[in-house]
Design a protein around this ligand. Structure first.
Ligand code: SAH
Ligand code: SF4
Ligand code: F3S
Length: 435
């Protein structure tokens, strides 16, 4: 059997996709961690910001050296960068033997066959139906405790700055019975936590003859598999996080009290230019509702600093919104122009690099403070942690996460990976709870 090495960049969807790819290629390739052992190297790539793509280009230069030493080595590029740049990428990057877009993974065996006789080829066809629903992912890099389940693909939102609708194509939901069967199967194999994935999971919708199954219905069905199977999901778009879903989360203790609700910006002016559909007021109303229905729910977000035309006041509005919500965690980015998007066509990228960095640093500093405050409020509480592994800092300690997705570290004693452990929080940093 030949050896395959996969490197995954970008979002969790890509992690799930790499597991699908490993499954599609499993009749001919087994996975290896080692680059030097590999007959085939695949890079599953991200295009969301320019630096994500620059990183891949650098990686390809490193792989070129490896290819010189091993004439039989094949290198393929998958994912969003393949879809965005298409066959032009094969012109630019001579290290590549083939490229495949996110909906083209079933054709990988063919692309590899062609590459092995020296024909450079590509498939970047985007599908309206492909969900890989019949493929059982190979969880080759798993801790055996938590797994991703991809429940939908694509995005129809066209936020003006974002390349994802172009690289991932139209939104489509996966057949619910295949999702439930995958979750049941994982639970049988000993997994204790599943994360339902999509760019926009709250708009999950499966139309059946008599009724529609929405995301709240699906979550409820997965939650019923076992009280010992935790359910998480990502990502939510504020426009369709419904009360119905919040009530399902309140009803089933195994549906984790954690919501990733990207806001992107705090001023209505920026939100409108970003085509986010909602207003600051609407977003804060949703937060209020979350806190009413799920008082202990943790909330995280994504924020973009320095979008086109952002004034100091707009930036202050982002900071004040962050304080109002009191986010537990945030992913924070500088705006990066993506060719082909509405923002690139319509607005000038007029915030200087220095100012973007300054604003981003202010956002990061504030978030650091908010995360620390939130963690301090947990000191003295008893929480249930699902153990994921041994702490990196000390083999006498284990780590896991509580329902709120906070990492907790505690003495190992007789506990093991996959156990639920009740611990009492005694100390914290901005990033970790210690028990
Ligand atoms: N579907 C998810 C997130 C997808 S991309 C959602 O709608 O929230 C992850 C994050 O990358 C986005 O939330 C956004 O904050 C950031 N992002 C996307 N395009 C970007 C760009 N052009 N520049 C900087 N950050 C960007
Ligand atoms: Fe991008 Fe917006 Fe779709 Fe998220 S919802 S993937 S930010 S277009
Ligand atoms: Fe990146 Fe594509 Fe995900 S652009 S963030 S890998 S959907």
């Amino acid at each position: 059997m030949k050896k395959l090495h996969i490197e995954t960049y970008g979002c969790q969807m890509n992690v799930a996709d790499s597991e699908v790819v490993a499954s599609i290629l499993s009749p001919h390739y087994s996975i290896t961690d080692s680059l030097h052992e590999a007959d085939l190297i695949l890079l599953n790539t991200c295009s969301v910001r320019d630096n994500a793509e620059q990183r891949i280009r650098k990686r390809l230069r490193e792989l070129a050296a490896l290819k010189k030493k091993n004439k039989h080595l094949l290198v393929g590029l998958l994912g969003c960068m393949a879809e965005r740049i298409k066959e032009q990428l094969l012109e630019e990057e001579k290290t590549l033997d083939f490229i495949a877009g996110p909906d083209a993974y079933r054709s990988l065996p063919e692309l590899i066959d062609k590459a092995s006789v020296g024909t450079v080829s590509f498939n970047v066809h985007l599908s309206e139906e492909e969900t890989y629903d019949d493929i059982d992912p190979v969880r080759y890099d798993s801790n055996g405790v938590s797994a991703f389940i991809s429940i939908m693909r694509g995005c129809n939102n066209f936020c003006s700055y974002c390349v994802v609708p172009y690289t991932r194509g139209r939104e489509r939901s996966r057949e619910p019975n295949t999702i439930i069967a995958e979750a049941q199967n994982l639970f049988k194999k000993g997994f204790k936590e599943v994360t339902l994935l999509g760019q926009n999971v709250n708009s999950y919708c499966w139309k059946e003859a008599e009724k529609n199954i929405d995301f709240a219905d699906l979550t409820e069905q997965i939650a019923r598999i076992s009280p010992l199977l935790r359910v998480r999901y990502a990502t939510s778009h504020p426009k369709d996080i419904s009360d119905k879903l919040l009530f399902v989360m309140a009803k089933y203790p195994n549906v984790c009290h954690y919501i990733h609700l990207p806001v992107q910006a705090g001023s209505n002016e920026m939100l409108k230019k970003m085509n986010r559909i909602y207003t600051r007021e609407y977003y804060l109303e949703r937060i209020k509702r979350i806190k009413e229905i799920l008082p202990d729910c943790a909330i995280s977000t994504d924020i973009i600093a320095g979008f086109c035309g952002e004034t100091e006041q707009n930036h202050q509005d982002t900071l004040s919104l962050m304080k109002k919500v009191g986010y537990e965690y945030a992913f924070m980015f500088k705006y990066s122009v993506r060719e082909g998007t509405k923002a690139a066509e319509k607005f000038e990228d007029d915030i200087s690099e220095e100012l973007k960095i300054k604003r981003l640093e202010e956002i990061i500093a504030l978030q650091q403070q908010l995360s620390l405050e939130s963690n301090k409020r947990d000191i003295g509480k008893t929480v249930t942690v699902l153990v994921e592994g041994v702490s990196k800092r000390s083999d006498q300690h284990l780590f896991g996460r509580n329902s709120q997705n906070k990492v907790c570290v505690f003495p190992r004693q007789h506990y093991k990976v996959g156990d639920y452990v009740e611990v009492k929080i005694s100390r914290c940093t901005a990033g970790t709870l210690m028990a």
